[in-house]
Design a protein. Sequence first.
Lengths: 117, 114
Amino acid sequence: DAGITQSPRHKVTETGTPVTLRCHQTENHRYMYWYRQDPGHGLRLIHYSYGVKDTDKGEVSDGYSVSRSKTEDFLLTLESATSSQTSVYFCAISESSLYRRNSYEQYFGPGTRLTVT
Amino acid sequence: GESVGLHLPTLSVQEGDNSIINCAYSNSASDYFIWYKQESGKGPQFIIDIRSNMDKRQGQRVTVLLNKTVKHLSLQIAATQPGDSAVYFCAESGGIYNFNKFYFGSGTKLNVKP
């Protein structure tokens, strides 16, 4: 498995509290992503980063912010958690740019199960 | 957002048979597609990819077929094994201006019966 860890792996929090999830990689890959996975929706991109301090929004970015101060760490923050943010969150990394290499393989972390009560 | 869907949410096959998992996509500008396998409690794992300038690509026991005319993608698994039991996702890139963004289908669960 690629060197990706996510912390915490499980978390239960109350509505309205801030939550930060951490993704850590040891592969020195340039691109990092946060997805959420819900039944019936597959994986949906929240935010992604294409370098230190360079981030962009995905398709479901409302209510989430991210930061990347180091190559190896990508943080996802829920400023004020809501029950609709109960989900499994996956971090992914990628080295290649689609137009520099033939493939664009993303490696996924083990996931964080977040429950907002 | 992009629409990437699957025809069958659950597929049951006998061990040793071939499996075919289908996927429809809606963005005609997508030029890159990936199939992922996800086992219970784990993150998705890359299986095989294909670019839009190809209509077929083969890997080890897996083949991906791309039909751009009808915007259809399929994954064929030869001689299906119990270890192939998992959820399979197709994903498409957002096109040349959004190639870093991928849109996933909702998944097909493959059950392999011994």
